[in-house]
Design a protein around this ligand. Structure first.
Ligand code: TMP
Length: 208
């Protein structure tokens, strides 16, 4: 049974780890699942990812349109084909990241973002969205520790933003989560395995 599950949250909340754990859990239970990420997951999407994560001098509207272009590629080339062949798709960030970052974070018009999101996704809504939530300071600390460990100081466009920006993004995600019963909020400060179990229990309900 095909399903689309998105994992959302601020930088440093552990989305990538949990997305991978969820796909592995599906595989363990003999369900075909693929992992996709935004921006990225296609040739053009990965090129756009580099620009979006590295180029600090980008206009907010250009940034918004490039995220939408990357999403269009992912939807057409990866997500729709996988869903059509009855696979489960776990996507590490989806359209709600644009509302949180470009809308609540950068202050671009929410109606415009909704319109563009609907165009790029062809109105494809996730069956479930998991929000990994934690205090902003903790998420920022985790991001800077990760940068130090991997010495990855190039991928910094969003990670270098002010605490105010990250607070707006984080509150934006919470606002979005409260508006829909298709979201669950998971405490990202918990132990990794505990988080995976909570996610797995919620996801299993989709198949009952
Ligand atoms: P990540 O894949 O490591 O989370 O990096 C993606 C970055 O891009 C992250 O800082 C969030 C940001 N982003 C947006 O600003 N808008 C979007 O629509 C998406 C998908 C990501």
């Amino acid at each position: 049974m095909s399903k689309l599950i998105s994992i959302e949250g601020s930088d440093g909340t552990g989305k990538t780890t949990q997305s991978l754990a969820l796909v592995n859990n599906f595989k363990k239970h003999n369900k075909e699942a693929i992992l996709a990420r935004e921006p990225g997951g296609t040739n053009i999407g990965e090129i756009l990812r580099k620009i979006l994560k590295n180029d600090k001098n980008i206009e907010p509207l250009s940034e918004l349109l490039l995220f939408q272009a990357a999403r269009t590629e992912l939807i057409e080339k990866i997500i729709f084909p996988a869903l059509k062949s009855n696979k489960i798709v776990v996507v590490d960030r989806y359209k709600d990241s644009t509302l949180a970052y470009q809308g609540f974070g950068r202050g671009l018009d929410i109606e415009l973002i909704n319109l563009l999101n609907n165009i790029s996704t062809q109105n494809l809504e996730p069956d479930l969205t998991i929000l990994l939530d934690m205090p902003v300071e903790e998420a920022i600390n985790r991001t800077s520790q990760r940068q130090q460990v991997s010495q990855q100081i190039t991928e910094t466009n969003f990670e270098d933003e002010s605490i105010d920006f990250h607070t707006r993004v984080s509150n934006g995600f919470r606002t979005l989560a409260k508006k829909s019963d298709k979201w669950i909020i998971v405490n990202g400060s918990l132990d990794i395995n505990q988080i995976s179990e909570i996610i797995w229990k919620s996801v299993k309900n989709l198949f009952d």
